[in-house]
Design a protein around this ligand. Structure first.
Ligand SMILES: *Cc1c(COP(=O)(O)O)cnc(C)c1O
Length: 369
Protein backbone atom coordinates (compact mmCIF):
# COMPACT_ATOMS: atom_id res chain seq x y z
CA UNK A 1 0.00 0.00 0.00
CA UNK A 2 1.49 3.33 -0.93
CA UNK A 3 2.09 5.87 1.79
CA UNK A 4 0.40 9.24 1.51
CA UNK A 5 2.55 12.00 3.03
CA UNK A 6 0.89 15.09 4.56
CA UNK A 7 2.66 17.56 2.26
CA UNK A 8 5.03 17.13 -0.64
CA UNK A 9 5.99 20.71 -1.54
CA UNK A 10 6.71 21.34 -5.20
CA UNK A 11 8.66 24.47 -6.01
CA UNK A 12 9.31 25.47 -9.64
CA UNK A 13 12.24 23.43 -11.08
CA UNK A 14 15.62 25.03 -11.67
CA UNK A 15 15.05 25.32 -15.44
CA UNK A 16 12.19 27.74 -14.72
CA UNK A 17 14.51 30.29 -13.12
CA UNK A 18 17.70 29.58 -15.07
CA UNK A 19 17.46 32.81 -17.08
CA UNK A 20 17.06 34.88 -13.93
CA UNK A 21 20.14 33.18 -12.43
CA UNK A 22 22.15 34.28 -15.44
CA UNK A 23 20.90 37.81 -14.99
CA UNK A 24 22.19 37.71 -11.41
CA UNK A 25 25.60 36.42 -12.57
CA UNK A 26 25.78 39.30 -15.05
CA UNK A 27 24.50 42.10 -12.84
CA UNK A 28 26.48 40.97 -9.78
CA UNK A 29 23.64 42.33 -7.68
CA UNK A 30 22.67 39.76 -5.07
CA UNK A 31 20.38 41.57 -2.64
CA UNK A 32 19.40 45.06 -1.37
CA UNK A 33 16.23 45.49 -3.40
CA UNK A 34 17.93 44.56 -6.67
CA UNK A 35 16.30 44.48 -10.11
CA UNK A 36 14.67 41.06 -9.70
CA UNK A 37 13.14 41.95 -6.35
CA UNK A 38 11.81 45.20 -7.80
CA UNK A 39 10.33 43.30 -10.69
CA UNK A 40 8.73 40.72 -8.39
CA UNK A 41 7.06 43.39 -6.24
CA UNK A 42 5.90 45.30 -9.33
CA UNK A 43 4.40 42.19 -10.95
CA UNK A 44 2.65 41.13 -7.74
CA UNK A 45 1.15 44.61 -7.40
CA UNK A 46 -0.02 44.61 -11.03
CA UNK A 47 -1.28 41.03 -11.24
CA UNK A 48 -2.75 40.55 -7.78
CA UNK A 49 -3.51 43.97 -6.25
CA UNK A 50 -4.46 46.05 -9.34
CA UNK A 51 -1.75 48.52 -8.29
CA UNK A 52 -3.94 49.57 -5.36
CA UNK A 53 -1.52 50.42 -2.52
CA UNK A 54 1.96 48.90 -2.31
CA UNK A 55 3.89 45.82 -1.14
CA UNK A 56 7.34 44.92 0.08
CA UNK A 57 8.93 41.47 0.10
CA UNK A 58 10.38 40.14 3.37
CA UNK A 59 12.51 37.10 4.16
CA UNK A 60 9.61 35.34 5.93
CA UNK A 61 6.16 36.13 7.30
CA UNK A 62 7.37 36.15 10.90
CA UNK A 63 9.76 39.02 10.13
CA UNK A 64 6.89 40.68 8.24
CA UNK A 65 4.61 40.43 11.27
CA UNK A 66 7.32 41.81 13.57
CA UNK A 67 7.99 44.77 11.27
CA UNK A 68 4.30 45.51 10.73
CA UNK A 69 3.39 45.26 14.43
CA UNK A 70 6.39 47.33 15.55
CA UNK A 71 5.62 50.12 13.10
CA UNK A 72 1.83 50.33 13.46
CA UNK A 73 1.25 49.64 17.17
CA UNK A 74 0.06 52.46 19.39
CA UNK A 75 0.85 52.91 23.08
CA UNK A 76 -0.58 50.00 25.04
CA UNK A 77 0.13 46.60 26.45
CA UNK A 78 -1.71 44.01 24.39
CA UNK A 79 -1.61 42.49 20.91
CA UNK A 80 -5.10 41.05 20.51
CA UNK A 81 -5.23 37.83 18.50
CA UNK A 82 -6.75 34.37 18.32
CA UNK A 83 -5.16 31.51 20.24
CA UNK A 84 -6.09 29.33 17.26
CA UNK A 85 -3.06 30.28 15.15
CA UNK A 86 0.54 29.34 14.45
CA UNK A 87 3.00 30.34 17.23
CA UNK A 88 4.57 32.92 14.89
CA UNK A 89 1.62 35.24 15.61
CA UNK A 90 2.10 35.52 19.40
CA UNK A 91 5.91 35.29 19.03
CA UNK A 92 6.04 38.29 16.73
CA UNK A 93 4.00 40.32 19.24
CA UNK A 94 6.37 39.31 22.04
CA UNK A 95 9.36 40.44 19.95
CA UNK A 96 7.63 43.85 19.73
CA UNK A 97 7.38 44.07 23.52
CA UNK A 98 3.64 43.36 23.57
CA UNK A 99 1.69 40.73 25.44
CA UNK A 100 -0.71 38.55 23.44
CA UNK A 101 -4.37 38.60 24.53
CA UNK A 102 -6.30 35.68 23.07
CA UNK A 103 -9.83 35.87 21.70
CA UNK A 104 -12.08 32.87 20.99
CA UNK A 105 -12.93 31.93 17.39
CA UNK A 106 -16.09 31.70 15.34
CA UNK A 107 -17.17 28.03 15.12
CA UNK A 108 -17.74 28.20 11.33
CA UNK A 109 -14.87 30.28 9.92
CA UNK A 110 -12.35 29.52 12.73
CA UNK A 111 -11.27 33.19 12.64
CA UNK A 112 -11.51 35.52 15.65
CA UNK A 113 -15.07 35.92 16.94
CA UNK A 114 -15.93 39.55 16.28
CA UNK A 115 -18.40 39.78 19.19
CA UNK A 116 -15.81 38.52 21.67
CA UNK A 117 -13.26 40.86 20.13
CA UNK A 118 -15.61 43.84 20.43
CA UNK A 119 -16.20 43.08 24.13
CA UNK A 120 -12.46 42.71 24.76
CA UNK A 121 -11.68 46.01 23.03
CA UNK A 122 -14.28 47.77 25.19
CA UNK A 123 -12.84 46.19 28.32
CA UNK A 124 -9.18 46.85 27.48
CA UNK A 125 -9.66 50.38 26.07
CA UNK A 126 -6.33 52.02 25.31
CA UNK A 127 -4.38 49.03 26.65
CA UNK A 128 -4.99 47.46 23.22
CA UNK A 129 -1.91 48.35 21.15
CA UNK A 130 -2.74 46.38 18.00
CA UNK A 131 -5.21 43.78 16.73
CA UNK A 132 -3.73 40.80 14.85
CA UNK A 133 -6.43 38.68 13.19
CA UNK A 134 -5.45 35.44 11.51
CA UNK A 135 -7.20 34.51 8.25
CA UNK A 136 -7.50 30.86 9.29
CA UNK A 137 -5.95 28.46 6.74
CA UNK A 138 -6.19 31.10 4.00
CA UNK A 139 -9.91 31.80 4.37
CA UNK A 140 -10.76 35.15 2.76
CA UNK A 141 -12.37 36.51 5.91
CA UNK A 142 -14.46 39.66 5.79
CA UNK A 143 -12.54 42.80 6.58
CA UNK A 144 -15.32 45.36 7.15
CA UNK A 145 -15.14 44.92 10.92
CA UNK A 146 -11.39 45.62 10.82
CA UNK A 147 -11.84 48.62 8.51
CA UNK A 148 -13.97 50.15 11.27
CA UNK A 149 -11.21 49.50 13.82
CA UNK A 150 -8.71 51.28 11.57
CA UNK A 151 -11.09 54.25 11.34
CA UNK A 152 -11.13 54.30 15.15
CA UNK A 153 -7.30 54.52 15.12
CA UNK A 154 -6.88 50.93 16.35
CA UNK A 155 -4.01 49.41 14.31
CA UNK A 156 -4.67 46.10 12.54
CA UNK A 157 -2.03 43.70 11.19
CA UNK A 158 -3.49 40.64 9.47
CA UNK A 159 -1.67 37.33 9.64
CA UNK A 160 -2.55 36.21 6.11
CA UNK A 161 0.34 33.73 5.99
CA UNK A 162 -1.57 31.15 3.97
CA UNK A 163 -3.82 33.51 1.99
CA UNK A 164 -1.79 34.36 -1.11
CA UNK A 165 -3.95 33.18 -4.01
CA UNK A 166 -7.22 33.19 -2.03
CA UNK A 167 -10.44 34.65 -3.55
CA UNK A 168 -11.52 34.88 -7.16
CA UNK A 169 -10.84 38.14 -8.94
CA UNK A 170 -9.50 40.24 -6.13
CA UNK A 171 -6.60 38.99 -4.04
CA UNK A 172 -7.51 38.81 -0.32
CA UNK A 173 -6.48 42.02 1.41
CA UNK A 174 -6.62 44.36 -1.57
CA UNK A 175 -7.42 47.91 -0.48
CA UNK A 176 -7.07 47.17 3.24
CA UNK A 177 -5.19 50.07 4.82
CA UNK A 178 -3.67 48.10 7.70
CA UNK A 179 -0.82 45.64 7.04
CA UNK A 180 -1.51 42.23 5.45
CA UNK A 181 1.32 39.71 5.84
CA UNK A 182 1.72 36.70 3.52
CA UNK A 183 4.17 33.78 3.77
CA UNK A 184 5.98 32.29 0.78
CA UNK A 185 7.37 29.38 2.81
CA UNK A 186 7.80 26.13 0.87
CA UNK A 187 4.74 24.62 2.57
CA UNK A 188 2.42 27.49 1.60
CA UNK A 189 0.51 27.74 -1.70
CA UNK A 190 2.93 30.34 -3.10
CA UNK A 191 5.96 28.37 -1.95
CA UNK A 192 9.44 29.60 -2.86
CA UNK A 193 11.51 28.21 0.06
CA UNK A 194 11.62 31.07 2.54
CA UNK A 195 10.02 34.43 1.87
CA UNK A 196 7.01 36.65 2.44
CA UNK A 197 5.24 39.85 1.54
CA UNK A 198 3.69 42.76 3.39
CA UNK A 199 0.89 44.45 1.47
CA UNK A 200 -1.09 47.54 2.42
CA UNK A 201 -3.62 49.79 0.72
CA UNK A 202 -1.64 52.56 2.47
CA UNK A 203 1.52 53.11 0.37
CA UNK A 204 3.01 55.36 3.04
CA UNK A 205 2.98 52.46 5.50
CA UNK A 206 4.81 50.21 3.01
CA UNK A 207 7.38 52.94 2.46
CA UNK A 208 8.12 53.00 6.20
CA UNK A 209 8.23 49.20 6.39
CA UNK A 210 10.56 49.01 3.40
CA UNK A 211 12.95 51.29 5.19
CA UNK A 212 12.57 49.32 8.43
CA UNK A 213 13.37 46.07 6.61
CA UNK A 214 16.71 47.58 5.57
CA UNK A 215 18.06 48.55 9.02
CA UNK A 216 15.87 51.66 9.06
CA UNK A 217 18.33 53.35 6.71
CA UNK A 218 17.52 56.70 5.15
CA UNK A 219 19.22 57.82 1.91
CA UNK A 220 22.29 58.84 3.92
CA UNK A 221 22.51 55.28 5.34
CA UNK A 222 21.74 56.37 8.86
CA UNK A 223 19.30 54.30 10.89
CA UNK A 224 16.22 56.48 11.20
CA UNK A 225 13.66 54.01 12.37
CA UNK A 226 13.61 50.77 14.34
CA UNK A 227 14.82 48.36 11.67
CA UNK A 228 16.26 44.96 11.04
CA UNK A 229 17.35 42.97 8.00
CA UNK A 230 14.17 41.62 6.44
CA UNK A 231 15.30 41.57 2.82
CA UNK A 232 15.19 38.67 0.36
CA UNK A 233 18.10 37.83 -1.93
CA UNK A 234 17.92 38.13 -5.71
CA UNK A 235 17.99 34.31 -5.90
CA UNK A 236 14.79 34.16 -3.87
CA UNK A 237 13.25 36.86 -6.07
CA UNK A 238 14.18 34.76 -9.13
CA UNK A 239 12.23 31.78 -7.77
CA UNK A 240 9.38 34.14 -6.93
CA UNK A 241 9.23 35.47 -10.50
CA UNK A 242 9.24 31.96 -11.95
CA UNK A 243 6.49 30.97 -9.49
CA UNK A 244 4.32 33.93 -10.54
CA UNK A 245 4.39 32.62 -14.12
CA UNK A 246 2.69 29.37 -13.11
CA UNK A 247 0.81 30.41 -10.00
CA UNK A 248 -2.70 30.55 -11.53
CA UNK A 249 -2.27 26.93 -12.64
CA UNK A 250 -0.99 25.93 -9.20
CA UNK A 251 -4.07 27.48 -7.58
CA UNK A 252 -6.36 25.77 -10.08
CA UNK A 253 -4.82 22.42 -9.11
CA UNK A 254 -5.30 23.12 -5.39
CA UNK A 255 -8.90 24.15 -6.04
CA UNK A 256 -9.44 20.90 -7.93
CA UNK A 257 -8.02 18.88 -5.02
CA UNK A 258 -10.40 20.64 -2.61
CA UNK A 259 -13.30 19.73 -4.88
CA UNK A 260 -12.18 16.08 -4.79
CA UNK A 261 -12.33 16.29 -0.99
CA UNK A 262 -15.85 17.74 -1.16
CA UNK A 263 -16.96 15.01 -3.58
CA UNK A 264 -15.50 12.29 -1.38
CA UNK A 265 -17.11 13.79 1.75
CA UNK A 266 -20.46 13.64 -0.06
CA UNK A 267 -19.87 10.14 -1.42
CA UNK A 268 -19.09 8.68 2.01
CA UNK A 269 -21.79 10.84 3.70
CA UNK A 270 -19.39 12.32 6.24
CA UNK A 271 -21.18 15.64 6.61
CA UNK A 272 -24.41 13.81 7.54
CA UNK A 273 -22.55 12.01 10.31
CA UNK A 274 -21.22 15.18 11.97
CA UNK A 275 -17.99 15.95 10.09
CA UNK A 276 -17.58 19.64 9.24
CA UNK A 277 -15.56 21.70 6.72
CA UNK A 278 -14.57 25.33 7.05
CA UNK A 279 -17.20 27.87 5.94
CA UNK A 280 -16.01 30.27 3.27
CA UNK A 281 -17.87 32.55 0.87
CA UNK A 282 -14.95 32.54 -1.58
CA UNK A 283 -12.16 30.42 -2.96
CA UNK A 284 -9.33 29.37 -0.64
CA UNK A 285 -5.77 28.67 -1.88
CA UNK A 286 -5.61 25.43 0.12
CA UNK A 287 -2.32 24.69 1.83
CA UNK A 288 -3.89 21.50 3.27
CA UNK A 289 -7.50 20.48 3.78
CA UNK A 290 -8.83 21.18 7.29
CA UNK A 291 -11.76 19.09 8.55
CA UNK A 292 -13.48 18.71 11.93
CA UNK A 293 -14.37 15.24 13.18
CA UNK A 294 -17.80 14.81 14.80
CA UNK A 295 -18.28 16.47 18.20
CA UNK A 296 -17.77 14.04 21.05
CA UNK A 297 -14.85 12.45 19.20
CA UNK A 298 -11.23 13.60 19.23
CA UNK A 299 -8.75 13.93 16.40
CA UNK A 300 -6.14 11.66 18.08
CA UNK A 301 -8.32 8.61 17.34
CA UNK A 302 -8.46 9.44 13.63
CA UNK A 303 -4.79 10.41 13.44
CA UNK A 304 -3.87 6.91 14.66
CA UNK A 305 -6.35 5.27 12.32
CA UNK A 306 -5.00 7.18 9.31
CA UNK A 307 -1.37 6.58 10.25
CA UNK A 308 -2.08 2.85 10.54
CA UNK A 309 -3.37 3.04 6.97
CA UNK A 310 -0.18 4.78 5.77
CA UNK A 311 -1.73 8.26 5.64
CA UNK A 312 0.15 11.07 7.30
CA UNK A 313 -1.87 13.97 8.71
CA UNK A 314 -1.45 16.88 11.12
CA UNK A 315 -3.72 18.60 13.63
CA UNK A 316 -3.19 22.36 13.17
CA UNK A 317 -3.60 24.08 15.64
CA UNK A 318 -3.64 21.53 18.39
CA UNK A 319 -2.61 22.41 21.01
CA UNK A 320 -3.73 26.00 20.44
CA UNK A 321 -1.34 28.74 21.64
CA UNK A 322 -2.92 29.26 25.09
CA UNK A 323 -2.23 25.58 25.88
CA UNK A 324 1.50 25.86 25.07
CA UNK A 325 4.03 26.43 27.83
CA UNK A 326 5.41 29.72 26.52
CA UNK A 327 2.00 31.32 26.06
CA UNK A 328 -0.24 29.81 28.73
CA UNK A 329 0.07 32.66 31.27
CA UNK A 330 -1.29 35.25 28.82
CA UNK A 331 -4.75 36.76 29.33
CA UNK A 332 -7.68 35.64 27.23
CA UNK A 333 -11.45 35.56 26.82
CA UNK A 334 -13.27 32.26 27.34
CA UNK A 335 -11.80 29.88 24.73
CA UNK A 336 -14.32 27.06 24.61
CA UNK A 337 -14.72 27.12 20.80
CA UNK A 338 -10.95 27.20 20.32
CA UNK A 339 -10.56 24.18 22.62
CA UNK A 340 -13.33 22.25 20.92
CA UNK A 341 -12.18 23.02 17.37
CA UNK A 342 -8.56 22.17 18.11
CA UNK A 343 -9.55 18.84 19.65
CA UNK A 344 -11.62 17.94 16.59
CA UNK A 345 -9.30 19.32 13.88
CA UNK A 346 -7.61 17.18 11.26
CA UNK A 347 -5.30 18.71 8.64
CA UNK A 348 -5.51 16.44 5.60
CA UNK A 349 -2.95 16.04 2.78
CA UNK A 350 -2.81 18.48 -0.15
CA UNK A 351 0.04 18.53 -2.65
CA UNK A 352 -0.06 19.35 -6.28
CA UNK A 353 0.36 15.84 -7.71
CA UNK A 354 -1.87 14.00 -5.21
CA UNK A 355 -4.39 11.83 -7.08
CA UNK A 356 -8.14 11.64 -6.80
CA UNK A 357 -7.98 7.98 -5.68
CA UNK A 358 -5.68 8.97 -2.84
CA UNK A 359 -8.18 11.59 -1.62
CA UNK A 360 -10.91 8.97 -1.77
CA UNK A 361 -8.77 6.55 0.21
CA UNK A 362 -8.22 9.19 2.92
CA UNK A 363 -11.91 10.03 3.24
CA UNK A 364 -12.97 6.37 3.10
CA UNK A 365 -10.59 5.65 5.98
CA UNK A 366 -12.33 8.37 8.03
CA UNK A 367 -15.79 7.07 7.17
CA UNK A 368 -15.54 3.53 8.51
CA UNK A 369 -15.37 3.90 12.26
C1 LIG B 1 3.32 29.74 8.06
C2 LIG B 1 2.72 30.70 9.04
C3 LIG B 1 3.47 31.73 9.60
C4 LIG B 1 4.96 31.85 9.44
O1 LIG B 1 5.37 32.08 8.15
P1 LIG B 1 6.95 32.08 7.85
O2 LIG B 1 7.04 32.64 6.49
O3 LIG B 1 7.38 30.66 7.96
O4 LIG B 1 7.59 32.94 8.88
C5 LIG B 1 2.85 32.65 10.42
N1 LIG B 1 1.54 32.55 10.71
C6 LIG B 1 0.78 31.54 10.22
C7 LIG B 1 -0.65 31.49 10.58
C8 LIG B 1 1.35 30.58 9.38
O5 LIG B 1 0.57 29.59 8.91
Amino acid sequence: MDEIPFLKPLIVPKEAFQDYMEQIDNSRIYSNNGPLNQRLEKQIMEQYFSNDGDAVTVNNATTGLMLAIAHTKRQGKYAIMPSFTFPATPLSALWCGLEPYYIDINPDTWCMDEERLKEALEKLGDKAAVVVPYAAFGVPMRLDFYEVLLQRQIPVVIDAASSFGSTEEIQFGQGFRGAVVFSFHATKSFGIGEGGLIYSGDSGLIKRLRRASNFGFDSGRESRNFGLNGKISEYTAAIGLATLEVFREKIAIRTQIASWYRDALAKYRLLESGWKSQCSEHKIAYQFYPLLCPSGKTNTYFVQKLEAAGIQVRTYFSPPCHRQELFRHHSHTGLSVTDEVSQRMLSLPVWEDIRREQIQRIVRCLSDG
